[in-house]
Design a protein around this ligand. Structure first.
Ligand SMILES: Nc1nc2c(c(=O)[nH]1)N[C@H]1C(S)=C(S)[C@@H](COP(=O)(O)O)O[C@H]1N2
Ligand SMILES: [Mo]
Length: 318
């Protein structure tokens, strides 16, 4: 649940936008259990439906990949996606977007190391130099909320080709940016295994669905979505998609990852979306479409195996 929070000093740094005032007011009303409760969350009224992009890049005119143009569900509203985030470095609530503005995204370097013939360091120019495309993907968090968003980026397999992994490379570890000075988030439990890391089998990274996003809704990623580069793996639970990636390592053995280290029974390494396997604490049979329906009762739909992407990936797990 959202709480009414006293702003921290860092929250003063970003000017408050009209839609934010509106959202806070609306939330306040909802919490009073009065006018807001039954109304549609999708009506914002102020026209401010955009989120600030992180880096200056013109991403207009990037082609939409026709294979991923029809998710058979309506798009999530941009501002809804940009105000409902998981980025535990900034806290365990969903409203971390202001805190995330502290990530220093420009300049940026992604270091690619380990079992590859061509280790390299990629800056923003290199990343934005990949042939970019737009893909509309469904997205399913392990917490049973879901969205549909248009990402801009490039397939991970293009990077694989460029770095030329050695035959011994079987796994890949992705490390997120971490700086304790700006990332104050959860103090409990202590000794969380920062930085946030995630991992894939190399065949999973080579799958055509596996994607690096640099943008969303036609613009560079807002920082809360994991600027300047984040992983997007639409057949897996959302936590597999690390944000603000700074390091990619090719390994012989399966790496330890953040959530899998913390709670292996709840967050497997593979973590494919599967409605038949409940999380130990809740069902995975259904999912809630953020922003649709009323604020108090977001619309719920059935969850599909592999989040509906079985035709692309089921063979990896046969
Ligand atoms: N570095 C980092 N990456 C992360 C997370 C995180 O806490 N830290 N949360 C994950 C989870 S649980 C989800 S559901 C998605 C949320 O992405 P979004 O906020 O862009 O919707 O980011 C994933 N990537
Ligand atoms: Mo998640």
């Amino acid at each position: 649940m959202f709480g009414i929070r006293v702003p921290h000093p860092w929250q003063q740094e970003t000017p408050v936008t009209p839609e934010e005032i509106f959202l806070n007011r609306r939330r306040f009303l909802t919490q009073l259990g009065s006018a807001g409760a039954g109304a549609s969350f999708s009506i914002f009224g102020f026209g401010g439906r955009e989120a600030a992009p992180s880096v200056e890049r013109d991403l207009s005119g990037i082609p939409l990949n026709p294979a991923f143009s029809d998710p058979e569900r309506p798009l999530t509203e941009e501002i809804v996606a940009a105000r409902h985030n998981n980025f535990y470095e900034f806290g365990s609530g969903k409203r971390i977007w202001r805190g995330a503005q502290a990530v220093p995204t420009d300049p940026w370097t992604v270091e690619i190391t380990g079992l590859v013939r061509q280790p390299q360091k990629l800056g923003l120019e290199d990343l934005f130099g990949f042939p970019l495309e737009e893909r509309i993907y469904r997205f399913r968090c392990v917490e049973a909320w879901a969205m549909v968003v248009p990402w801009l980026g490039f397939p991970m397999r293009l990077l694989l080709e460029q770095v030329d992994p050695l035959p011994e490379a079987k796994f890949v570890r992705f490390t997120s940016f971490y700086d304790r000075d700006i990332m104050y988030g959860p103090i409990w439990p202590p000794n969380l295994p920062w930085p946030y890391t995630e991992g894939l089998r190399i065949e999973e990274m080579a799958n055509p669905l596996a994607f690096f996003a640099l943008g969303i809704y036609g613009k560079p990623l807002p920082k809360q979505h994991g600027a300047p580069i984040r992983m997007v793996l639409p057949w897996k639970y959302g936590f597999k998609g690390g944000k603000s990636i700074v390091k990619i390592e090719f390994l012989a053995e399966q790496p330890a990852t953040f959530w899998n280290t913390l709670a292996p029974d709840e967050y497997g390494f593979e973590a494919n979306v599967d409605p038949t396997v409940p999380h130990p604490r809740w069902s995975q049979a259904q999912e809630t479409l953020i922003g649709f329906g009323s604020r108090s009762h977001w619309q719920t739909v059935p969850t599909l195996p592999y989040n509906g992407y079985g035709e692309y990936v089921a063979h990896l797990y046969g």
